[in-house]
Design a protein around this ligand. Structure first.
Ligand SMILES: C[S@@+](CC[C@H](N)C(=O)[O-])C[C@H]1O[C@@H](n2cnc3c(N)ncnc32)[C@H](O)[C@@H]1O
Length: 221
């Protein structure tokens, strides 16, 4: 079904907003977002997971919904036209729409969010360099004890995506990042918690592993 056909059917109530997440992944996102005050989603599409995150966060919480929503052939983003009313229908907390990439959003929001983000859900650019950019931009902004959830970060028998850039970057760099520890793996979702404190050895090891990762992939430090 084309995006336009889907949009028209959605307007008539004959089609639903779409997502590639599984019910178990959405349930896990809801669980980890419960009661949180500063939640970020990178990659909104039709807003299915955005709705789940909004419904779960604290009543005085803010959800930063980040997506560039590129214009389609008709000169509009049909995804945005679906996402906004879907997310508006959830009455909880507040939503700030940030219409840009995850990396640009992190630079813009760093002055207000540095070190206080409770949960970042990364589901935007799934290429190796795309996830690398989001990880490097957002992981420093997460509060000690805060969470990062990464979609399409693991291959599963029902979704064999072993060679996807996002799976490779997760395997090579994210799960090896000593600032974080994996707390949940479900379907293609990995959830990591930022350690409360880094001792000197861990801080050195984190710097070493990041340098090693950048070196392996040809980036000058
Ligand atoms: C897989 S969809 C997100 C699905 C949504 N999280 C859900 O399951 O309901 C990916 C979205 O990421 C957006 N996107 C692509 N590159 C991006 C980037 N660099 N930063 C933020 N979002 C990006 C696309 O426009 C698209 O809407």
């Amino acid at each position: 079904m084309s995006a336009l056909t889907h949009f028209l059917k959605w307007q008539l109530g004959l089609a639903r907003a779409e997502t590639q997440t599984t019910p178990a992944e959405r349930e896990t996102l809801s669980t980890y977002a419960a009661g949180k005050r500063r939640v970020v989603e990178i990659g909104v599409w039709h807003g299915v997971t955005t709705c789940r995150l909004r419904a779960a966060l604290a009543a005085d919480g803010v959800l930063y919904a980040v997506d560039p929503f590129p214009l389609g052939r008709l000169g509009v983003s049909l995804q945005r036209l679906i996402a906004h009313p879907e997310v508006r229908s959830v009455r909880n907390g507040a939503v700030e729409w940030i219409r840009t990439t995850g990396v640009a959003a992190a630079s813009a929001l760093a002055p207000v969010l540095a070190g206080i983000v409770d949960l970042v859900f990364i589901d935007g650019d799934h290429s190796y360099d795309g996830l690398k950019g989001d990880w490097e931009a957002w992981s420093p902004l997460v509060a000690p004890g805060g969470l990062v959830a990464v979609h399409d970060s693991r291959s599963t028998p029902s979704r064999p995506i072993e060679d996807a850039g996002s799976v490779r970057f997760t395997r090579e760099c994210i799960v090896a990042d000593t600032r974080f520890e994996v707390c949940r793996e479900i379907d293609s979702l990995t959830v990591l918690r930022k350690k409360l404190t880094l001792d000197t050895g861990e801080a050195r090891q984190a710097a070493r592993s990041l340098r090693g990762c950048l070196f392996r992939h040809g980036v000058d430090s």
